[in-house]
Design a protein around this ligand. Sequence first.
Ligand SMILES: Nc1ncnc2c1ncn2[C@@H]1O[C@H](COP(=O)(O)OP(=O)(O)OP(=O)(O)O)[C@@H](O)[C@H]1O
Length: 360
Amino acid sequence: MTLSVDIRMALGDFELAVAFDAPPGVTALFGRSGAGKTSVLRAVAGLVTPQAGRIAVGDTPLFEAGRTNLPVHRRRLGYVFQESRLFPHLTVAENLAYAARVQRRGLSDLDRVVDLLGIGALLQRRPASLSGGEAQRVAIGRALLADPRLLLMDEPLAALDAPRKAEILPYLERLHVETALPILYVSHTLSEVARLATQMVVLERGRVMRAGRTEDVLSDPDIVPLLGVREAGAVIPARITAQPGDGVTELAVSGGRLFLPEHGAPVGTALRVRILAQDVMLALDEPHGLSALNVLPSRIEALRRGGGGGVIVQLRAGEDLLLARITQRSADALALRPGLPVWAVLKTVAVAQGDVGAGP
Ligand SMILES: Nc1ncnc2c1ncn2[C@@H]1O[C@H](COP(=O)(O)OP(=O)(O)OP(=O)(O)O)[C@@H](O)[C@H]1O
C-alpha cells in the first residue's frame, strides 16, 4: 500500500504545494525549520484541509478536493509526536488496550506489538515512571494497535537525549522491516534519516526540492546546499565479509572493500554505511603508506561549485555514488573533471543502518 500526496494549501502567508509517494517503509520528510514538514503531516492526518489536490492510501482516498474529506478518526492512521502523550492515569497495558478499543479491535495483535517494541516488562508501569525512550516505544505500540493504514511520526526522537535515541533506533528499524506500513517520518536530523529512511522527500519553502530513494537523494550534489555541507554525504549498501577480531570489521561494497571499527553483527549481514563528503579525500594515483584503511578506485561523475571556495565532487565507485567535499584550489591543482579516474580515500565510515532481511 502506497500513500500518495498531491496537495496545495495556503497557511497564512505560507503556501504549500507538494506531491510525492510514500511506499511501505520509512519515507523521511526532511527540511529546515518552517519548510512545511509538519503541515504535510497534519494534512495527511486530516487536521488541516488543503484547498486542492488528493491524498490516498492505495485506492482509498482520504481527501479529494470538493469530494472526499474523511474525518481524522476515519482515516485509520497512527500519529506519533515528539512527546509520547500517553494517558498518565493508565498503566502501559491500559494505554495500549485503550487504543485497540477505540478502533473496536481485539487485542490479538498485542503480543506481537509488545514483542516488536520490547515493552513486555513495562506493562504494569505508569507513564510517569518510564524513560523518554520507553514512553516513545509505548506510544508507537499504541499507534500500531489502532491497526493503522499508515504511520505518521513527527520528530519522534527530538525530545530524547543521545543514549535514549540510540536505544529506540533499533526498534524503529524493526518497525519498517516487520510491518508493511508506509511510515511518514518528519526529521531534520540527517543521521537519523540516513539510518531509517528508504525514501526521502526534501522540502524547502513548501515545495518538494527532491524526492526518491535515500541513496539517490543523498548522493546528489545539487542537494548539498539544502542539507548543509557538513552533513552532506552518501549512504551505500554493504555486506560484512569478515570479522578478523582485531578491532575492525571488513565489508564488501560494490566498489571494493571497506573497514569499519568492529561492528557486532555476523558475517553476511547487510548494512548501509554513511560516508560524509567532508571525510573523503581524492588522489590521482593509488595511495600507499597511508594510515587510512579505506581506499576505493572511483571515477568523477560531476563537480558542483559550492559557496566559500568549496567544491562537491560526485564519484562513482563500483555501482555506488559517493560525494567528496574539497577546496576549489585542490580541484584546480588536480585538474579534476568528469570522467577522470581517481582514488577516494575515506577517513571515516559510519554504519547508517543494519537491515538484515530488509526490503529495498
Ligand atoms: N495555521 C497556520 N497559519 C499560518 N501559518 C501557518 C499555519 N501553520 C503553519 N504555518 C506556517 O507554515 C510554515 C511551515 O510550518 P511547518 O510547521 O509545517 O514547518 P516544519 O517544516 O514542520 O517546521 P519545524 O521543523 O520547525 O517544525 C511556517 O512558516 C509556519 O509558520
